[in-house]
Write a protein that binds this ligand. Structure first.
Ligand code: HEC
Length: 236
């Protein structure tokens, strides 16, 4: 071997040795999360967080996070951070139907299924007081809760709470729109439907009495020749 081949080999060996030494650094003493410590008085490894510490990106201040303005009153407009688009309203509709409609009803008339089963009935969104309430009020109620209604802040992110608040405005408008505000084509359609409600295709309402079963078309004969069914008659 000449010096030309030996030098790279020596260099490689030196690298290996150097990385070997670094193990000590890897295995040095440390305190595991919430572990014990003999260093700090009190024996607690974790240090208390200094007062008023805010984690990066966690500052939740201002109307966008509270729905309240500088005067501590609900804001009348969606904050500029939130863009009012069709997508926002569609998202709001979806989130509203998931999180709010069980009590407030899909129409916002406070007739949700949980209310029908005995939960406290909220105020309908279509009463004057809530129709004229500023949009920040709805955001703030979702964020902080209201009376027996719990906060939804842990379940619904900020942007979605604004989407829901915006959609509540849609619901309110849907039940209180003036005919003259619609386009001429829509006005005509409404007039036609009012004149002939049967043709308008009323939305399907499940029949009272709890019969949820699918109607059997008359053309399919019953296996039991029309005898009254008893539970044992159900065969796969
Ligand atoms: C579990 C049932 C329930 C759900 C779900 C629910 N609420 Fe409520 N909400 C209530 C009740 C009950 C009240 C009235 C509370 C009271 O008076 O103690 C109320 C009150 C309100 C009010 C205040 C109305 C007023 O009279 O000023 C607003 C606004 C509101 N809810 C919005 C929402 C929104 C938005 C959602 C969905 C994120 C939602 N709620 C989900 C039951 C519910």
């Amino acid at each position: 071997m000449n010096t030309k081949t030996i030098t790279p080999l020596l260099a490689a060996a030196a690298c290996l040795l150097a990385t070997g030494c670094r193990q000590n650094m890897h295995n040095q003493h440390k305190v595991k999360p919430l572990g014990e410590s003999t260093f700090f008085a009190g024996g607690q490894g974790a240090r208390p967080i200094p007062a008023h510490t805010v984690a990066r990106g966690d500052l939740r201040e201002g109307a966008a996070f509270t729905g309240l303005g500088a005067d501590n009153k609900p804001v009348a407009q969606i904050p500029p951070e939130i863009k009012l688009t069709r997508e926002l309203l569609v998202r709001g509709q979806e989130r509203y139907n998931i999180y709010c409609s069980p009590c407030h009803g899909r129409l916002g008339d406070a007739n949700g299924m949980i209310v029908q089963r005995g939960y406290k009935r909220p105020t309908s969104y279509h009463l004057e007081r809530l129709r004229t309430a500023p949009i920040g009020y709805f955001f703030n109620v979702m964020t902080e809760g209201y009376g027996v209604m719990p906060t939804y802040a842990p379940q619904i992110p900020v942007a979605d709470r604004w989407a829901i608040a915006a959609y509540i405005r849609v619901l309110q408008y849907s039940q209180n729109a003036k005919l003259a505000e619609l386009s001429p084509a829509d006005q005509q359609q409404v007039q036609e439907q009012l004149a002939n409600p049967a043709a308008a295709g009323e939305p399907h309402t499940p029949s009272a009495g709890g019969s949820q079963g699918v109607q059997r078309p008359a053309s399919i004969p019953r296996e039991n020749n029309g005898r009254t069914e008893s539970p044992g008659d159900h065969k796969p």
